[in-house]
Design a protein around this ligand. Sequence first.
Ligand SMILES: NC(=O)c1ccc[n+]([C@@H]2O[C@H](COP(=O)([O-])OP(=O)(O)OC[C@H]3O[C@@H](n4cnc5c(N)ncnc54)[C@H](OP(=O)(O)O)[C@@H]3O)[C@@H](O)[C@H]2O)c1
Length: 325
Amino acid sequence: MYENESYISFVSRDRSLGPKYDNEIRCSGRTVIVTGANSGLGRETARELARRGGKVILACRDLKSAYKTRDEIIEETYNKNVSVKHIDLSSLDSVAKFAHDILSTEKRLDVLVNNAGLMHISKTRQLTADGFELHLGVNYLGAYLLTQLLLPKLIQSRPSRVVNLTTVSMNKANIDFADFNLAADYDPYNAYPRSKLALMSFTQLFNQKYKAQGVTSYAVYPGVATTSLARGLSQSTISSAVFKPTSLLMRTPENAIQSVIYCCLEPGIEEKSGQCIKDMKVMKWTSELSNEDSLRLWKISQVWTQLDKYRQFCNIPAAQDHVIK
Ligand SMILES: NC(=O)c1ccc[n+]([C@@H]2O[C@H](COP(=O)([O-])OP(=O)(O)OC[C@H]3O[C@@H](n4cnc5c(N)ncnc54)[C@H](OP(=O)(O)O)[C@@H]3O)[C@@H](O)[C@H]2O)c1
C-alpha cells in the first residue's frame, strides 16, 4: 500500500480494534457538518453524531447515495435532524457555494469534520476542475478553503471544533514547494500522504491562529479501516488477492471513528488542539514541517484557493487576521 512497506505488515501493526469512546455525551443543540458522509468513516461519524442527538449535515458530491444514507441514518437513530447538501471538493466554486449556503441558512456550526478524501485513484496524474493534482485538490485545498470560509460561523458558535482525517503515512511525506502541484514528479503513493501532511500542517497552524478565538482543530488517524478508500488499489500494484484477506485484520468503520467522535465531543481536550490523535491519545509524527514551511504552505493555499475572491462571494468582510504575514 505504501512505498517500501509491505501492506500486510502495515495492516497487522494496526489490527487492534482500538479503544471505544465510552463517554455517552450528547450532541444535542450542536450542528455538525461531515464531508464525504455518504460512505465509510464519514457515514459512520454522521450516524453516531445523529444517534447522540446532533443536527447533522451530510456534505456530499453524490446526492443519490447521500439521500439514501440520510434515510438510513434517520431510520437507525430516530433523529430527523439529518440533512444533505451538495459539495464537490474538487471544485473551488462548489466549495464556495456550499459555504455560502451554510453561512446564510445555518444559525450555528459547532463542528466541521473534514472527512472526505481519496487515495491512489489513478497511476496517472489527474486534475481537479481548478487544475490541482487530485489528492492535493480534494484532500487538502478543498478542505482548506471550506474551513476558511466557514470560519466566521465557527467563531460565532465558539467553542467549536475542526476535525481533519489524516493518515500515518504522512510520516513518509514531505512538501516539495518547487513541485507543489506534482507536475514534474507524480507518484500516486506520494500524492496521498503528501496531501495529508499538508492537512496536518494546516491543523497545527489553524490551532495557533484560532484557538484563542475559541475554535480548536484536531487531526485524527483512524487506523486502517474497511471502507471504499482503497477502491483504486485493485487496479494498481496491490492485487485484490492480497487486499481482500488482509481486510479481515482491519478496523470496522465503527471502531475506526471512535477518535473522531472523541475529537468532536469530548470536553476539556483543548490542550490536544493542533495535534494528531490516534486512539484518543496524541500520536507522535515525524515529518513535521518547520514553522516557516507551514506559513509558506498556508500562504500558497490562500493564493491557490483564491481565498479573498471566495470570501467576497460569501459576503465575509475582509479581516486582517486571515492574512498571515
Ligand atoms: N479507511 C482507512 O483505512 C483510512 C485510514 C486513514 C485515513 N482515512 C481517511 O478517512 C477519510 C474517509 O475515508 P474512508 O476510508 O471512509 O473512504 P471512503 O469510504 O472512500 O469515503 C470517502 C468519502 O470521500 C468522498 N469524496 C471523495 N472525493 C470527493 C469530492 N471530490 N468531493 C466530495 N466528497 C468526496 C467520497 O464520496 P463518493 O462516495 O462520492 O466517492 C466518500 O464519501 C479520508 O479522508 C481518508 O483519507 C481512512
